[in-house]
Write a protein that binds this ligand. Structure first.
Ligand code: ADP
Ligand code: MG
Length: 695
């Protein structure tokens, strides 16, 4: 392993590179942009572009690309060489400020949810100076925002940056009330990423993994995750080598990859970075996912980022740790030594409580996808019901305020091991609640409902926007009051009175909670199709418009894209199943039928005094299941074909959820049962045992 501090960020045009390579005035101006969101002038861009290009060429780059995040949820890039022709058939390497600031990918084929028709192809990318450029595979990557000729936003970065500005504006108003004038408030995120690794050679034999990222067939293996022996278990050599390689690649890109460990399911793992600003964390999470896949191939592995690659064992998610922080480094969600006396903290906390309660449905939409539907509510990830865990201490303080009582300080306790030789330390005042979708974990909230393959942008756009909204309301109230202290307590008390239903410190996986949540009037939007329409509800459109995040048209188009994605995903899965069932499973089973029936026939013809009773029963069962498989194939074929007979995107999505998924499930059940009967030699592709327990 190389010297980590020497390689860290070596491919990033970060502040130290800027400082070394830019004239002082330019560096200062750029820093101001990064810290305060001030616009960059063309002159400055010219100087930065040249410095970037020279640096990138030294790193072996020949091209540059405007790297953007369209509505596909992944990133997009188009590479241009730095070359520019000069006399005598020669070229020089050039890169101007204009090229740095603006790009124009022909963008007609990105999802726009009806915002543009194909002939209106113009799309622009705009440099985002708040995220660092970097070199990867011989190209200079410039993080950019993406919008259409008509000005509509077509990406995930623009609304994210806007939502960060909204929260900055409102949080500063609140802080001013506490006598603090800070330059900027940013939201910070640490995104823990779960993933699976499987053997590449086996993966290549599974069309379902190749085309859909998850197994659509596969009988339950004799061993799953029931022994709890994989979680935090020692790392297989192959995996540990992969992780080392991955860390190194991420560090070179300036990504603070910090923690790595085995997860619950066999061949499932996790990587957590040290948190950064939401903008950077979002870019970095995209890069992390990309590098996870790339590095895996070098080790003859494949990284699966799907939310549910295997039935019967846990799927993968992403934990979005979120907080707000000032330019002076103060974490606004840090309760401090005595949370009950920290009114500023309690006020920010109240804003989050109110936001999550009022816009729980929007948070649910922000994590909605066909893949994530397999996890939420399946007792391996939080339920689809959004609630908040605050722990006993904070809940106690807030309840005391609500009831006008004196809050009790919680005594610090020491960790007692009963062994004198072990060092003592102060315990946290609350345990963690692993079942909660939105848990306060000491000095940040952990939003745990995100799917593993999703961009974290959507969740953070919603989170930032709704918290900005509540902070604004609080600041508006405080503007009208001279008695700050009383007013703040009133706000906290009212928030508790009206929104405490969102706080739940118990077991989110229990049946009782489902009933209790219903009694409290909380949403239980079980599937993506139930959730997505909330995105274009009156309240949602209002809050996005008010804070300048998305226009009504943009919201509606995003809603359409979500529904379309849902239906398309299931359609591809259904077609892949049909392909595998018809071309691989059925022929294999017919072959196996033949050998079973031939054996039976031979035995019967011999006329020996032997019993073939069991063999006959076996043959009949096999034959019946084979028949059943054929009819399930026919049914799925028909159901998929009929999908187009629905009118709206919502109707289509509902149809896929109610009929296509159902038909897929019954086909799978029959096939999985057959898998348990058929000889290994006859089964056409690697089984769950092969995939989950590779060496
Ligand atoms: P776990 O949830 O697995 O126990 P930790 O509590 O150690 O993990 O941290 C989870 C993640 O939270 C890490 O990525 C860490 O950087 C991030 N984190 C810590 N503080 C903050 C913060 N103020 N804002 C955002 N993320 C944070
Ligand atoms: Mg976590």
């Amino acid at each position: 392993m190389s010297d980590v501090s020497a390689i860290f960020g070596c491919n990033v045009f970060n502040e130290s590179v800027m400082q070394a390579r830019l004239p002082k005035a330019v560096f200062k101006a750029l820093k101001k942009t990064m810290a305060e969101g001030k616009e960059v002038s063309r002159e400055i861009a010219d100087v930065v572009a040249t410095a970037m290009k020279d640096w990138a060429i030294e790193k072996g780059a020949t091209h540059y690309t405007h790297w953007f995040q369209p509505m596909t949820g992944i990133t997009a890039e188009k590479h241009d060489a730095f070359i520019s022709p000069v006399e005598h058939g020669k070229v020089i390497m050039e890169f101007s400020g204009k090229e740095l600031i603006k790009g124009e990918p022909d963008a007609s084929s990105f999802p726009s949810g009806g915002l543009r028709v194909t002939f209106e192809a113009r799309g622009y990318t705009t440099w985002d100076p708040t995220s660092y450029a970097f070199v990867k595979d011989g190209t200079l990557y410039i993080p950019t925002a993406f919008g259409s000729y008509g000005g509509e936003v077509l990406d995930k970065k623009t609304p994210l940056l806007r939502s960060m500005e909204a929260i900055d504006k409102q949080a500063k108003r609140i802080l001013a009330k506490f006598g603090k004038n800070v330059t900027r408030v940013t939201t910070t995120v640490g995104a823990e990423q779960e993933y699976f690794l499987v053997d590449r050679a086996m993966y290549k034999q599974r069309k379902d993994l190749i085309l859909t990222g998850r197994t659509l067939f596969g009988a339950k293996p004799p061993k799953g995750q029931e022994m709890d022996d994989h979680y935090f278990g020692h790392l297989r050599t192959r995996v540990s080598e992969y992780m080392k390689d991955l860390d190194e690649e991420l560090w070179k890109l300036g990504i603070l990859a910090k923690t790595k460990h085995n997860e619950v399911a066999p061949c499932q793992h996790e990587l957590a970075p040290i948190f950064g600003t939401t903008n950077l964390a979002t870019d970095h999470n995209q890069l992390t996912m990309e590098m996870m896949k790339k590095v895996a191939k070098r080790h003859n592995l494949i990284c699966l980022l799907h939310e549910k690659p295997f039935a019967g064992v846990n799927g993968s998610g992403k934990h979005n740790n979120w907080a707000m922080s000032t330019s002076d480094g103060e974490n606004l969600l840090e309760p401090g030594k005595s949370p009950k006396d920290n009114t500023q903290f309690l006020l920010f906390l109240a804003a989050v409580i109110k936001a999550v309660d009022e816009y729980a449905d929007l948070l649910r939409v922000s994590v909605a996808s066909a893949g994530n539907d397999h996890r939420l509510g399946a007792n391996e990830a939080p339920p689809a019901i959004i609630s908040m865990f605050l722990g006993d201490e904070l809940t106690g303080i807030l309840e005391a305020i609500e009831n006008g009582e004196e809050a009790q300080a919680v005594k610090k306790q020491f960790m007692e091991t009963g062994v004198d030789a072990l060092p003592k330390f102060v315990k946290d005042t609350t345990d963690r609640n692993r079942t909660s979708p939105f848990a306060f974990t000491g000095n940040k909230f952990e939003f745990r409902s995100l799917g593993s393959s999703a961009s974290i942008a959507s969740a953070n756009i919603v989170l930032n926007t709704i918290v900005a909204e509540e902070l604004q309301k609080f600041a508006d109230i405080l503007d009208t009051r001279d008695d700050m202290d009383v007013a703040v307590m009133e706000i906290i008390r009212d928030t508790m009175k009206n929104h405490k239903r969102i706080i739940f410190n118990g077991n989110n996986y229990s049946e009782e909670w489902v009933k209790e949540a219903e009694r409290r009037g909380l949403h239980n939007l079980k599937t993506s199709v139930d959730a997505i329409p909330a995105f274009e509800s009156e309240e949602a459109i209002k809050v996005f418009k008010k804070h300048g995040i998305l226009s009504e048209t943009e919201v509606r188009s995003r809603c359409e894209i979500l529904l379309e994605n849902y239906s398309k995903t299931i359609n591809i899965e259904a077609l892949t199943m049909l392909d595998m069932a018809k071309k691989e499973i059925l022929p294999a089973i017919l072959n196996y039928n033949k050998s079973v029936f031939e054996t039976l026939k031979v035995k019967q013809e011999l006329g020996l005094n032997i019993s073939v009773e069991k063999e006959q029963a076996y043959a009949v069962k096999l034959s019946n299941l084979t028949e059943s498989l054929m009819s399930k194939i026919e049914e799925l074929d028909k159901v998929v074909l009929d999908a187009k007979n629905n009118n709206s995107e919502l109707e289509i999505a509902k149809y896929y959820r109610d009929y296509v998924l159902e038909a897929m499930q019954t086909l799978r059940m029959v096939s999985d049962e057959l898998e348990t009967m058929v000889s290994s030699a006859n089964w056409p592709f690697p089984t769950y045992v092969d995939l989950l327990f590779y060496v």
